[in-house]
Design a protein around this ligand. Structure first.
Ligand SMILES: [Zn+2]
Length: 57
């Protein structure tokens, strides 16, 4: 089972990996469509985890 924290770390790793390797992001100096998708997934995971933390504490 994937915990919200796992999901958060995975989505952040995917986003950072993309930011490092994507030529279009570097070429344009602005995030490409894939980067925006990954960033949105990362933000969603972060929000999901914040909810989990709030429920626990
Ligand atoms: Zn990109």
């Amino acid at each position: 089972m994937t915990t919200p924290e796992d999901a958060l770390q995975e989505s952040r790793a995917a986003y950072e990996e993309h930011a490092r390797t994507c030529r279009q992001c570097h070429f344009d100096m602005s995030p490409c469509a894939v980067s925006k998708l990954l960033l949105r997934a990362y933000n969603n995971a972060r929000r999901a985890q914040a909810r989990t933390d709030a429920a626990v504490r």
